[in-house]
Design a protein around this ligand. Structure first.
Ligand code: ADP
Ligand code: MG
Length: 628
């Protein structure tokens, strides 16, 4: 709730609307307590007094009634009628919508056809017809306005409910033996309430206008009772001679409807969970950079990540997702990055090209050298030129990264056309060649397939083909095989290995599986809670892991043909990256940890090709170097 209010306050227009609206509502509430003149007492001697006349701050109308008093009482009435109509329409309409959406089938059909019939009439005509049938009067106007808005709520809520009713948690509730009533009230209603609130906040302004419209036509509030619409209607004949009588209620209607709409938009945004983490701003095209320490270039290798620090600033919290991570990839090399889920692998990979969503992401230190230039803080134009051209990504879920509505060939051609001016036919020919190069059989035909027509392994091959489209120097593969089954995984790994050799590609390969690292990577870096804890040639690290964490990770991998053995899970959980311990992050879970481990930070100690960040390593990497 507090987070919701904070978000709302951050949206300036919505906050202004909210303040004005609260002020108007507060005035309407206290109107009976104010020392106002009676609103309905006529005094024809004082007709059409201008504003700021003595005793009449806003002047008087054609019957000499005090405009200020009529305005206050009228506002009170208009707000009350508008709000009441909105609540009635929301309650009845939503109930209809939920029932129709949940039961579906014939119930849905019958209810919705009736609603459609109501919707077929222009609503102001429908309201007029209802008032004509019931007779003029404020209460009947209220009923009419509520009635014409019921279909709007019913349609909206039905649509949302149909989506929810097919979801597994509703099936689970049914399987648990819950009755329809309880499912509707406890499972569905809480999920549609935000939608109802949003629909109300955006229609209540309309309802006030519609009520005012009926009163303006003389069908709503009856003389001498004032509401904003009837005040405007009565002032119509004096519009030219005494404009203040129309301007006063007109301005009030404008202020109310404007503030409600601005506020309603703010409520809608603040209730949208997708906008919450992004704090109501769209992510920028490149991650925000705010660096204290900037390492000197030019760096070595194709991609040299130096002391990279990426954080997420969410309110007062700082999540240190990546802490002084240094990784260098040499030409033609495959470097593995391994760690548990949440250890900062993806954020490291995305930081390279400034792809971490900002806000909340900020790169607070370090550099990434490519071709002698620092990519961190590079102008967006340069980043865009390199993205997908020199440095390409392969992501975990190819179904999510491929556009579902375009044929894979068109998507491949698009990837080429972004960076190269070639003709359509040429792009298509290249796309076919790419599909062939990732060993997709029958490439000429497959090129016209949609992503959903391909299997998971085929889709990931398309993902790899897209990454290869512009002959990149480096491919960053973020768990590209995690969504695939083991046999397909083995094929994809073999394919990547072949491509690397054929094209001299450098690969930064992210995974949580030591088996995959062993198969593909020349070197491996082990990440834990945003830091590199060990680095070295794959064979050496596998044979003699130096960090206790690496040793435990390797022990987690089952080995076929080695007989039965106990698989060692690592007890405990990785630390939350907004509350990291001062010393070694692994100390609380480490069985070799002593008191000092948790207290003082330790740098990564390098010795030849290997590096480890541990006071009491399993293997002495320095002595190994001597004997080697
Ligand atoms: P993984 O190693 O599984 O790829 P990630 O790099 O995705 O892990 O995440 C690293 C850390 O960054 C996680 O602890 C996560 O909590 C944090 N993180 C990622 N995205 C956000 C975000 N938008 N806001 C706050 N924290 C985030
Ligand atoms: Mg990840």
């Amino acid at each position: 709730m507090i987070a919701f209010l904070k978000l709302l306050a951050r949206n300036r227009m919505a906050a202004a609307g909210g303040i004005v609206l609260s002020f108007v509502v507060a005035l309407a509430v206290v109107t009976p307590l104010l020392p106002l003149q009676p609103p309905d007492v006529t005094n024809t001697a004082n007709r059409f007094l201008p504003p700021f006349s003595e005793g009449h701050l806003l002047g008087t109308d054609h019957l000499g009634r005090d405009l200020l008093s009529r305005l206050m009482w009228g506002t009170r009435l208009s707000l009350a009628v508008g709000a009441a109509a909105a609540i009635i329409a929301a309650v009845i309409g939503s109930a209809i919508g939920i029932v129709a959406g949940y039961f579906g089938g014939r119930t849905d059909n019958i209810i919705m056809r009736i609603v459609d019939m109501l919707m077929a009439f222009p609503y102001i005509l429908l309201a007029l017809a209802i008032v004509a049938a019931l007779g003029p009067g404020l209460m009947n106007a209220l009923i009419a306005v509520a009635a014409v808005n019921i279909p709007f709520f019913a349609r909206n809520i039905r649509g949302v409910t149909v989506g929810l009713a097919g979801r597994e948690f509703i099936d689970a509730a049914k399987l648990a033996g819950m009755g329809h009533g309880r499912i509707l009230a406890q499972e569905l209603l809480p999920n549609v309430v935000p939608v109802i609130v949003i629909a109300m906040s955006t229609t209540i302004g309309w309802m006030i206008l519609e009520t005012a419209g009926l009163s303006f036509l003389g069908l709503g509030s009856q003389p001498p009772q004032a509401d904003l619409g009837s005040m405007l209607g009565e002032a119509r004949s004096a519009l030219i001679t005494n404009p203040h009588t129309s301007v006063v209620p007109g301005l009030m209607i404008f202020v109310i409807v404007m503030s409600i709409n601005l506020f309603g938009d703010g409520v809608r945004d603040a209730l949208d969970p997708r906008l919450r983490s992004g704090a109501l701003t769209r992510p920028r095209p490149a991650t925000i950079v705010d660096r204290d320490n900037v390492p000197d270039g030019p760096g070595d290798g194709v991609l040299d990540i130096r002391a990279l620090e990426t954080q997420f600033h969410v309110g007062p919290r700082v999540y240190r997702a990546v802490n002084e991570v240094s990784l260098a990839v040499q030409p033609g090399e495959c470097l593995g990055v391994i760690g548990e889920s949440g250890s900062g692998k993806s954020v490291t990979a995305l930081s390279v090209m400034g792809l971490v969503a900002s806000p909340p992401g900020v790169i607070t230190g370090g550099a990434v050298f490519h071709d002698g230039h620092d990519l961190i803080g590079a102008p967006y134009r340069d980043l865009r030129r390199l993205r997908g051209d020199k440095v390409a990504y392969i992501f975990q879920d190819p179904l999510a990264t491929l556009h579902p509505l375009y044929r894979v060939g068109d998507q491949l051609a698009e990837a080429i056309l972004v960076h190269h001016r070639v003709g359509k036919a040429e792009a298509r020919a290249r796309a076919v060649a790419l599909l062939k190069s990732v060993r997709i059989p029958n490439a000429e035909r497959r090129i016209d397939a949609y992503p959903h027509e391909l299997s998971g392994g085929m889709r990931q091959r398309v993902g790899i083909a897209m990454a290869l489209a512009n002959d990149p120097e480096v491919i960053i593969a973020d768990e590209p095989t995690t969504a695939l089954d083991v046999t397909v995984q083995a094929q994809i790994l073999a394919l990547l290995d072949d491509l690397r050799r054929e094209r001299g590609l450098s690969i930064l390969f992210i995974t949580h599986d030591f088996g995959v690292v062993a198969q593909l990577c020349d070197r491996v870096a082990v990440m834990y809670a945003g830091r590199i804890v060990e680095e070295g040639p794959t064979a050496e690290v596998l044979a003699a892991p130096a960090h206790p964490y690496t040793k435990r990770l390797i022990a987690c991998v089952p080995e076929l043909g080695q007989g039965r053995r106990e698989l060692a899970a690592i007890p405990g959980l990785p630390p939350a990256v907004d509350r990291l311990p001062a010393g070694c992050h692994f100390a609380p879970r480490c069985d070799k940890a002593r008191e000092i481990c948790g207290q003082e930070p330790l740098p990564l100690a390098r010795s030849g090709a290997r590096a480890v960040r541990c006071r009491f390593p399993e293997e002495d990497i320095a002595s190994q170097e001597d004997t080697a």
